[in-house]
Design a protein around this ligand. Structure first.
Ligand code: FAD
Length: 268
């Protein structure tokens, strides 16, 4: 006889182990990791919750933790009337979430040709795949330097990334590998602060090179880039990178830069 539906164990259920609210629009959380899940730092999976009708509400989420971490971390927006995040933002430690263990994505080291300097370019929750890649030893073994540019409207929205970067140097696994290789360049577009402006403008004007004392401009022999933001941001950054002679790569044809959407739509 078949077991009643409610008694069937869902193999894709994981348990929330930690939740941190960063602003009224942003939070991060950690969940248990299925033992069988293998992924490359920078990839995304489908996660979700059961809807009122019992059907799962699933959305794509970058895994923000590195491949070696025994748990999985996610960094999330809160869309007030969003089918998933209107509920997900209320999750608490000990509660279950659904995780489909099929990681995919293009923001992976395998999709880039070897280079000397790697640029991580993100807006908003587009920081998530870089939260994984910044903690990935391969990043520091493969490149002489890494520049993390992250742009949000307000300073509070940079806090998850700011704290993660600050903690990196004390990390037992990669602190030593990083040395002085990391340059971090957070900017705001709306709130006044020490560093401001859009990533595209700061790259084309040369401001980021001047502020960080870096050799510029971008050069396809030396520079590689990974890009994650809104559709409009990704399109604008791609045009800038192509203007400097960099070519888009993929898992099957590695090249100079790779792109992934941080979400679909215009953003909230
Ligand atoms: P939805 O119906 O999915 O979205 C409603 C509207 O909210 C969208 O039309 C869009 O305008 C806006 N929106 C959705 N997500 C965002 C966002 N992240 N930032 C700003 N505006 C947004 N979201 C994350 O929070 N973290 C991630 O790591 C993440 N990774 C993604 C990776 C990929 C490849 C893709 C395609 C999307 C990713 N998303 C991520 C977006 C995510 O899949 C959902 O859209 C988001 O969780 C909102 O779900 P929802 O059901 O509440 O609202």
């Amino acid at each position: 006889m078949n077991a009643p539906v409610s008694l069937k164990v869902n193999p894709d259920l994981q348990t929330v182990t930690q939740v941190t609210h960063w602003t009224d629009r942003l939070f991060s959380f950690r969940v248990t990791r299925p033992q069988s899940l293998r992924f490359r730092s920078g990839e995304f999976v489908m996660i979700g919750l059961a809807g009122d009708n019992g059907k799962p509400i699933l959305r794509a989420y970058s895994i923000a933790s590195p491949a070696w971490d025994e748990e999985l971390e996610f960094y999330s927006i809160k869309v007030p009337d969003g089918p998933l995040t209107s509920r997900l933002q209320h999750i608490e430690v000990g509660q279950p979430i659904i995780l489909r263990p099929k990681p995919v994505g293009t923001l992976v080291h395998d999709a880039l040709k070897p280079g000397k300097r790697l640029w991580f370019l993100a807006t908003g929750t587009g920081f998530a795949p870089f939260a994984s890649l910044l903690r990935e030893p391969e990043t520091w073994e493969k490149y002489d330097s890494v520049v993390m540019m992250h742009t949000c409207r307000e300073a509070g929205e940079l806090e998850y990334g700011r704290q993660l970067v600050a903690d990196l140097r004390d990390d037992p696994v990669i602190g030593e590998l990083i040395g002085d290789k990391l340059q971090y360049y957070p900017t705001t577009t709306r709130e006044q602060g020490p560093f401001m402006g859009r990533i595209t403008d700061n790259l084309t004007s040369g401001k980021v090179f001047a502020d960080l004392g870096l050799e510029g401009p971008l050069d396809p022999v030396r520079d590689r880039a990974m890009v994650c933001g809104s559709l409009a941001f990704n399109k604008d950054v791609a045009a800038v990178l192509e203007g400097f002679g960099l070519e888009e790569g993929s898992n099957s044809a590695p090249a100079d830069y790779v792109i992934e959407k941080a979400f679909v739509g215009d953003g909230v």
